[in-house]
Design a protein around this ligand. Structure first.
Ligand code: G
Ligand code: G
Ligand code: MN
Ligand code: NA
Length: 254
């Protein structure tokens, strides 16, 4: 209860912030996109990671206004960077199941794009398999309506859910994000390497792009390059950074 109260206050008191992590093209090494990752800068608790509070915000319905804030702030920031003359990169935002169940999600997102002046082609929405599999028929419609606006759709934590692969052809998707649990031991565990190789082949044969998460070493990156992975994300390039540091990194040409 104390946590619930603190979280409601946190939204009012503007204690939430977004950190940004680059998504990098494997072949060129260029930053092509970034993912916005929510943090709670709590005066009592310090910097709280999302896994410690997203669940509670979902239970109390706070995820709806909080998720709305995340989308607005990510779009506002991306547009501000574009207007400041930086390269036009795509901004990825995570959606929770509760947000995805809002019938007016496509209109809401369109409204945020209009309000912030950000192009739809510069927005990417990340959803997990379980989010879309909750109600596949409805999810397919929502994804169609988002996709029709030109928004990019990614499946987060791919390979960790309990879902049928048939959704890959029912849903309009652009990118599969290979979960970091498959990437960690890719250079030493033949089974992980086989899974990653297969996911990349599957993605490419369905004309989807594929990004590997949690890349921490050059050895992992070399493997992924050999397997034909399109993009990667991970500490090897950069941790998620506060906006000012992320901007400095981009300006330094990293
Ligand atoms: O940044 P970190 O690795 O601690 O994130 C942990 C988890 O929290 C990730 O699975 C990520 O998808 C989720 N997460 C981060 N930011 C958001 C957000 O803005 N909304 C939702 N729903 N989940 C988020
Ligand atoms: O589930 P999702 O992909 O949305 O969450 C991304 C989370 O992964 C973020 O919380 C981020 O801090 C974390 N993360 C990003 N890069 C790495 C990495 O290289 N190694 C590890 N262990 N975690 C990472
Ligand atoms: Mn994500
Ligand atoms: Na993930």
């Amino acid at each position: 209860l104390a946590l619930e109260h603190a979280l409601r206050q946190a939204l009012e008191n503007q204690e939430f912030e977004l950190h940004y992590q680059p998504k990098v093209d494997v072949a060129s090494g260029d930053v092509v996109a970034m993912e916005a990752l929510l943090r709670w800068r709590c005066p009592q608790r310090g910097l709280v990671p999302p896994n410690d509070f997203i669940g509670v915000t979902e239970e109390i319905g706070l995820i709806i206004p909080l998720g709305a804030w995340v989308l607005r702030e990510a779009c506002r920031q991306n547009r501000a960077w574009q207007l400041a003359g930086m390269a036009h990169l795509r901004m990825a935002v995570n959606l929770s199941a509760c947000q995805f169940r809002q019938k007016d999600l496509p209109e809401f997102v369109a409204g945020v794009l209009a309000e912030t002046g950000m192009e739809a082609s510069c927005l990417e929405l990340e959803v997990t398999e379980s989010v879309v599999m909750h109600n596949p028929a409805e999810a397919a419609q929502i994804l169609d309506r988002l996709h029709a606006q030109g928004i990019h759709i990614s499946v987060d934590d791919f390979g960790t859910g309990y879902s049928s692969l048939s959704y890959l052809k029912q849903f309009r998707l652009d990118t599969l994000k290979i979960d970091r649990s498959f990437v960690r031991d890719i250079s030493s565990d033949a089974d992980d390497a086989a899974i990653v190789r297969s996911v990349i082949a599957l993605a490419h044969s369905l004309r989807l792009q594929v990004i590997a998460e949690g890349v921490e070493t050059d050895e992992q990156l070399d493997y992924l390059r050999e397997l034909g992975c399109d993009q990667y994300q991970g500490y090897l390039r950069s941790k998620p950074l506060p906006a000012a540091q992320f901007e400095a990194m981009l300006r330094a040409g990293a």
